[in-house]
Design a protein around this ligand. Structure first.
Ligand SMILES: [Zn+2]
Length: 343
């Protein structure tokens, strides 16, 4: 009996447990620490909102998640537009109102991308820093910069200045100057091939295009890390809420699972399953990947958290339908193609 239990235990272990996995060593991206205070309105930059003719400047528009584009539905007002990062307001400005804040790397890492041009991206000038503590590559992204002070390839420490706050990019002005910060997983190493299938415009940012980076709840991560400085990324993701599951055609190894092996469940029992079942948060963050015996010829939704309103409002438009069933929308299908390297 004991050996049977041991055998079962071995089967459910991930195939490649991280060898040198460690805590995040997370720090705030600016001197603004009001996210931990009783008044988060001092942390977040507001958005300009116009809803049914009423103008407002809610700070909640700067939070992570579904915080923008209100819609009145049968279940009340829902916010349908996903904001994949946080917008942090400046704590210092010069006499003209220009922000003076330094931007710090939130963890030890390496600068892997600097977009020095203020045009050519909604992010404006932005920097991407690569981090790895044994769980695969993760990427912090800092946007709307006035200037980048770190250079491509530079190794940086948590808390080291890498840029100056600004207001470059789409839909932003001096009054709303802020840094937009994301914490991402990389969807595909072959992003350019996917991009060329779906877009005619030029991709100026290689694999560090925003479409290829999926941003998790960085505010929740900052708070969870403050409560537990030994927090690891797999522990954090395990705390995030499941919203839907998708079966993706199998028959091959998943590059995404090679990159993030800690997401695998039962992967050593079947190497080439008929399909892979991905579990996602509402915002599209993968929480687990598990082999499945069901054959599918295209990505198929197998579970969705029941809703009285259109699933598209709650999933950044990746699902459609309502109630307890859903389908992938065209954009949802493209997202599944990208994450499963099937294009
Ligand atoms: Zn933002």
């Amino acid at each position: 009996m004991r050996s049977l239990l041991l055998a079962i235990h071995l089967v459910i272990l991930p195939l490649f447990p991280p060898l040198f996995a460690g805590p995040l060593g997370l720090m705030l991206p600016t001197d603004n620490d009001a996210i931990f205070s009783a008044d988060p309105s001092k942390f977040y930059m507001y958005t300009d909102r116009n809803f049914e003719g009423v103008q407002s400047k809610p700070w909640q528009g700067g939070t992570y998640g579904f915080s923008r584009n209100q819609k009145r539905t049968s279940v009340g007002i829902v916010y349908t537009r996903l904001h994949e990062g946080v917008d942090i307001r400046p704590v210092r400005r010069d006499d003209s109102g220009n922000p003076l804040d330094d931007i710090y790397s939130i963890m030890d890492g390496t600068v892997v991308y600097v977009n020095a041009s203020s045009t050519g991206s909604n992010y404006g000038r932005y920097i991407v820093v690569h981090h790895d503590w044994g769980y695969g590559p993760f990427f912090s992204l800092y946007a709307h910069l006035s200037s980048a002070t770190a250079t491509l390839g530079q190794k940086v420490r948590a808390g080291q200045p890498i840029a100056k706050m600004g207001y470059t990019g789409a839909g932003i002005n001096r009054e709303r100057a802020h840094v937009h910060v994301e914490f991402n997983m990389l969807l595909s190493d072959r992003f350019q091939v996917w991009y060329d299938r779906h877009f005619t415009s030029k991709n100026n940012h290689g694999i560090y295009n925003g479409f290829n980076l999926t941003g998790m709840d960085i505010a929740a991560l900052l708070k969870a890390h403050r409560a537990n400085p030994n927090l690891t990324i797999d522990q954090f993701l395990a705390s995030q809420e499941l919203h839907y599951k998708v079966l993706i055609p199998g028959g091959k190894k998943l590059d995404f699972l090679r990159r993030y092996p800690f997401l695998g469940r039962n992967v050593n029992s079947v190497m080439f399953p008929k399909s892979w079942e991905f579990s996602f948060t509402a915002t599209g963050i993968p929480l687990a990947i598990e082999p499945n015996k069901q054959q599918v010829s295209y990505p198929t939704v197998t579970y969705v958290k029941p809703s009285g309103t259109d699933h598209s409002y709650l999933t950044a438009g990746r699902l459609s339908g309502s109630g307890s069933t859903a389908k992938l929308s065209p954009s949802g299908s493209r997202y599944m193609q990208l994450i499963s390297d099937s294009f």
